[in-house]
Ligand binder design. Structure first.
Ligand code: SF4
Ligand code: SF4
Length: 195
């Protein structure tokens, strides 16, 4: 009911001039040239998705909204972050559309544009994880968690202080672990990507 109401509001308030007409092409390009515009809206992807009942917009609707240019609505929604990358939708699509890649492209776009649900931990963790890999060449759990909680909720970090101290003294947290030696190779792989 809630999702139906949301979609009703969406149709009611959005004017064609408000849509981002290039959004579909951009996402198709970022998702390795996916043929979004060949989608026949059969709904197989939504039926196959184990999480679609928890999503505000099912995978079928996400594809429709992306190609129509509903950029803000798709990027600011929790739906794309609930995708568990199980690839069921991709396997079941009769048009061979790799919906999972589209979901990845949307997540990257949401991080780059900083358009994601407020106080929602998944995109914050994803962007912190990427920055950690980009900056150090490998994940250091200590700095990953510190940087994550600084962005997400600093007060929650203090709740883990005693656990952190125990892990430190048992050698499970290594804050001074060295990063990758040859970061130039990594830069060539990642380029200037922001997410
Ligand atoms: S299964 Fe493929 S063709 Fe059918 S709605 Fe989903 S993306 Fe479109
Ligand atoms: S890859 Fe994501 S969108 Fe596709 S079926 Fe799995 S959870 Fe659903």
């Amino acid at each position: 009911m809630k999702s139906k109401m949301k979609n009703f509001q969406l149709q009611e308030i959005k004017h064609e001039s408000d849509l981002d007409k290039n959004f579909g092409k951009l996402i198709a390009k970022k998702a390795h040239g996916e043929k979004l515009f060949g989608c026949i809206q059969c709904g197989n992807c939504s039926s196959a998705c184990p999480l679609s009942s928890y999503m505000d917009y099912t995978p079928r609707k996400v594809i429709a909204m992306v190609r129509a240019g509903f950029k803000e609505e798709v990027l600011s929604n929790k739906t794309i972050w609930l995708c568990a990358s199980c690839y069921n939708c991709t396997v079941e699509c009769p048009k061979g559309i790799k919906i999972t890649e589209v979901m990845y492209a949307l997540k990257r776009e949401a991080i780059i544009n900083k358009i994601y649900p407020k106080n929602f931990p998944i995109p914050i963790m994803a962007s912190t994880f990427f920055k950690e890999v980009k900056g150090r060449g490998r994940i250091n759990e200590t700095w990953l968690l510190v940087n994550y909680y600084l962005k997400y909720n600093i007060l929650k970090m203090f709740g883990y202080t005693s656990l952190g101290i125990k892990l430190f003294f048992t050698g499970r947290l290594l804050p001074f672990e060295k990063g990758l030696k040859n970061k130039e190779q990594l830069k060539k792989l990642i380029g200037n990507s922001e997410a």
